[in-house]
Design a protein around this ligand. Structure first.
Ligand SMILES: C[S@@+](CC[C@H](N)C(=O)[O-])C[C@H]1O[C@@H](n2cnc3c(N)ncnc32)[C@H](O)[C@@H]1O
Length: 269
């Protein structure tokens, strides 16, 4: 019977890949780096010698203990046994500084981790992240409008970060091998809410409604969210075809529509 790894534990065994992941963050000699899910330390071992400070967050008690022992003589390395999703990243970073994030993510919570990182990027805690995730998810995060994979996750990611798709690895790069290919993305956190003149909370809700049903047009999704036909036609910008789906529309135009509907965020809940 095939062993089912718990906690998304597929450990990286490809030596050049683990170096390429760390190299993607460039010079780390003055940086604080937060590693998500260090596991047996495939990435941690390289990072420890390169960054100013490393804080690694590992949920598995045995793995956290293994790494705490291994790095006992490295004062710049801190291993925390914790659930990343329950951890306040802001509290880990000295006031006035930013940190970078790295991780071969536990795939079962990729979206939740991304949302957590975007929230931390928005308040200026994080500068960059290099993250490995399931290839299909990475393609959604990095897709451009009009491309098949573009959707709510792409729009949300691209409101919060510039995304570079770096490289893809086969299942054989891991032990045990997962059922999927894996892709490494680099994110530069650069929230666009102020530039596009939208409030983050209201615009995020607007995006959720706009992408609610993939087969529906944007107009129909917004009608289902409570907008009248009159309201929509009065606000509709020229840059958006009337029958368009949200999946084909650039964020600039989505923001233009949101602004011209000028909806107070509260009216959406
Ligand atoms: C895909 S493995 C990567 C391990 C190692 N970084 C590597 O590349 O070989 C994901 C790691 O995340 C840990 N993990 C799973 N859920 C977690 C959570 N909620 N918080 C922190 N770590 C978690 C797992 O125990 C595992 O070590």
């Amino acid at each position: 019977m095939k062993r089912k790894p718990k906690l998304g534990q597929n450990f990286l065994v490809d030596d050049s890949a683990r170096h390429a992941i760390v190299d993607a963050l460039g010079d780390l000699s003055k940086r604080t780096v937060i590693e998500i899910g260090p596991g047996h330390g495939a990435i941690t071992d390289i990072l420890a010698g390169r960054c100013h400070k490393l804080i690694a967050l590992e949920l598995d008690r045995a793995l956290a203990a293994e790494l705490t022992f291994r790095f006992r003589d490295h004062p710049q390395v801190q291993i925390l046994e914790c659930d990343v999703l329950e951890t306040d990243l802001r509290a880990l970073v000295p006031a006035g500084e930013t940190a970078d994030v790295i991780g071969n993510l536990p795939y079962y919570i990729t979206s939740d981790i991304l949302l957590q990182l975007f929230a931390a990027g928005k308040v200026g805690t994080l500068a960059r992240a290099v993250l490995m995730m399931q290839r299909e998810v990475a393609e959604r995060v990095s897709a451009a409008p009009g491309v098949r994979d573009y959707g709510l996750l792409s729009a949300t990611a691209q409101m919060n970060a510039q995304v570079d798709n770096l490289f893809t690895l086969p299942p054989s790069a891991f032990s045990p091998p997962p059922d999927v290919y894996s892709t490494v993305l680099r994110l530069h956190f650069a929230p666009r809410f102020a530039e596009l003149g939208v409030d983050p909370d209201g615009f995020n809700i607007f995006l959720r409604h706009s992408f609610a049903q993939k087969r529906k047009t944007l107009q129909n999704n917004l009608r289902a969210a409570g907008h009248s036909a009159e309201q929509l036609s009065a606000a509709w910008p020229r840059s958006i075809p009337v029958q368009a789906r949200a999946e084909s529309i650039a964020l600039e135009s989505m923001a233009e529509l949101y602004r011209s509907l000028s909806i107070p965020p509260m009216s959406y809940e």
